[in-house]
Design a protein around this ligand. Sequence first.
Ligand code: NBP
Length: 485
Amino acid sequence: MTQTAEKTDLAQIGVVGLAVMGSNLARNFARNGNTVAVYNRSPEKTRALISEHGDEGAFIPSETVEDFVASLERPRKAIIMVQAGAATDAVINQLTEAMDEGDIIIDGGNALFTDTIRREKEVAAKGRHFVGAGISGGEEGALNGPSIMPGGPAESWETLGPILESIAAEVDGTPCVTHIGPDGAGHFVKMVHNGIEYADMQVIGEAYQLLRYGAGMEPAEIAEVFREWNAGDLDSYLIEITAEVLAQTDPDTGAPLVDVIVDAAGQKGTGRWTAINGLDLGVPITGIAESVFARALSSATAQRAAAQEGQLPSGTITELNVDKAEFVEDVRRALYAAKLIAYSQGFDEIKAGSDEFGWNVDPRDLATIWRGGCIIRAKFLDRIREAYDNDADLPALILDPYFKGELENLIDPWRRVVVAATQLGLPVPVFASSLSYYDSLRAERLPAALIQGQRDFFGAHTFKRVDREGTFHIEWSGDRSLTEM
Ligand code: NBP
């Protein structure tokens, strides 16, 4: 039975943009008992949604923005799921025009958080509310339960909360959605979530590379290893799907699928933004940044081809002189350690962003709502939640007593794996840079002292002393005396 609502009914929520994400989100709202107004610039998509899925719940289709807005209950709530950028601005303008004071416009696309901050100001100036909401979980999540990270005014959350909770993923009875903070906070944490996702995927890739080309294992055998890993500390969606991908053969040739896929990955979106923002805020998110660079390098096809033609020496160490089972376990631990660093750095970036923009983001909320619906969902997030429950002002996630204890068991295997990879000439940018980050944090003295000396030498940038307050300079080109500035 088609339950498409009578035009006299009003919808609790509307969705603008009915490509894959928007139509799945609209179906999710409808399946969960909400009457959903739907509108797409090209009416064919609206008609297709109603003819293919109109029986899944109550929909009110419209072919103009005005009809769409008129079909919404007050305060009106409309989620935009159109292409990020100019298309989103165009739709925001149309909705702002057609809506009234107090109505809520939600951007559920992957917007850059600074755009969200700008849009919120513009929309608020016209008396409407604007909520930038990060939505994670891809097409499947949009349909069956995403993790949702709404920003915007707390007042909008009062109205929106129940309806977003009705479609979000749930873990242990807790919906994977909560108000993250004002204006761009939601899109900011969604951006960092995606950055962490880049790092998580890269460390899994590095583990695969080591098992494949270090230990000489075949993809199907490695798939089994990942299945086993998924039963332990590494239990996560990404480890689970990695086993699936590695076990898959190519329907055309029967070869392992991973061997017929071109090894060049894109990095245009949110991962790149996370790295750029980390640089802007001065937060060392080395795991995320190296993951973005690893993708860029994979796509540097011409350079890679030139380097592969035997141009660059590989060194002479080619054998791995370790027990295979021990090596596999070492790689598991190195993967766990590098992943831990990536999350720790990601949470550092969120804290820095929250401080910079005054958002007051609670890291416990993120560890809670990322447990379901999103790509980085993992058992591990329960531990992160506990860490921040125990100490909300933890200076770094890895300093939590539980994770410090884990690192005791991870550090030696992690070092052995980085050494083995280095000797064999296998690239492990995140395993290795995370270890350097870790050792840098631990180091009593860093070469930054020398760098400050160099800076003072060539640019009179001055330096601080370890033994007393003040700012100092050496007269490098004169008598080399010390001046207090
Ligand atoms: P697309 O990003 O492919 O955008 C297509 C939609 O935008 C269509 O509905 C299209 O209407 C509409 N549109 C465009 Br293009 N220009 C428009 C304009 N000037 N005015 C009105 N509508 C316009 O859709 P998607 O892949 O479903 O993604 C939607 C959003 O969700 C994006 O921001 C994307 O970044 C984000 N996303 C998130 C995830 C995730 O995991 N969270 C995954 C994928 C995408 P038309 O039919 O008339 O051309």
